[in-house]
Design a protein around this ligand. Structure first.
Ligand code: ADP
Ligand code: MG
Length: 238
């Protein structure tokens, strides 16, 4: 789906934030980027989304990327209803797809709240609305930058389940930034540990996806993935 090859990037100064970053995202795969604060995770996502321009290296997309971005801050317009917020990106592009908006709200379980305003939603519901807004564009790839970091643990678990369901239903490929070892181990096919703009190592959790969430989260495979990620994190410069 996506191959990032030897990416380099500097903001205005001469300091390289990304310094030879290479990784791949296969179709239908969830890949997490994990690493100390400031190591370049958000920068890598912004580059993938084309919001910043590379200094060197390149991205190779399998086809024209249909991307959607989800941030930690749901950033809903307070003056618009949930449905209006979800349809806003399409509206700005001049093509409102009501069917896609309806399906996206349904997919995140917010159909019954489509005429509420953001202030009338809980934190978890606001994040669901933010995910629905991303889905309404019918993306093939989701770029997610610590989307669930502000949620309490129960909500985060629920959002993790929702995300895996959506991935399976829609065949999404997901590049997921998190600072939680547990979330990375649970969600990911592969976890890439970043440090100073490079990949330091990779962990493949290999959970039994046919088992219940509870069984997966208490499995030996999950524990060893968390331990392996922790060992790589300990080698970073944080
Ligand atoms: P992470 O998401 O891993 O915490 P970022 O990609 O946000 O890291 O930032 C990487 C580095 O780039 C940090 O040192 C940060 O201070 C710097 N940086 C981020 N955004 C900008 C910007 N707009 N201008 C200059 N430097 C920036
Ligand atoms: Mg960041």
């Amino acid at each position: 789906m996506l191959r990032a090859d030897d990416l380099t990037f500097a903001y205005e100064s001469a300091v390289f934030i990304l310094d030879g970053l290479s990784f791949q995202l296969a179709e239908g795969e969830v890949v997490s980027l994990l690493g100390p604060s400031g190591c370049g995770k958000s920068t890598a996502l912004r580059l993938a989304a084309g919001l910043l321009e590379l200094t060197g290296g390149n991205f190779e997309w399998q086809s024209t990327p249909e991307l959607a971005f989800v941030f930690q801050d749901p950033a809903l317009m307070p003056w618009a209803t949930v449905a209006e917020n979800v349809q806003l990106p399409g509206q700005l592009k001049g093509k409102i797809d009501r069917e896609a908006v309806h399906e996206a709200l349904d997919a995140v379980g917010l159909s019954a709240m489509d005429d509420r305003f953001p202030a009338q939603l809980s934190g978890g519901q606001r994040m669901r609305a933010s995910v629905a807004r991303a889905l309404a564009a019918n993306p093939k790839v989701l770029l997610m930058d610590e989307p669930f970091a502000a949620l309490d643990e129960m909500l985060r678990f629920q959002m993790n389940e929702l995300l895996l369901d959506l991935k399976n239903q829609r065949g999404l490929s997901i590049l997921f930034v998190t600072h939680s070892l547990y979330e990375a181990a649970y969600l990911s096919d592969r976890v890439l540990v970043m440090d100073r703009g490079q990949i330091r190592g990779e962990v493949t959790p290999d959970l039994d996806r046919s088992a219940s969430a509870q069984d997966q989260r208490t499995s030996a495979a999950f524990t060893s993935a968390v331990v392996a990620i922790g060992a790589l994190m300990a080698e970073t410069s944080q």
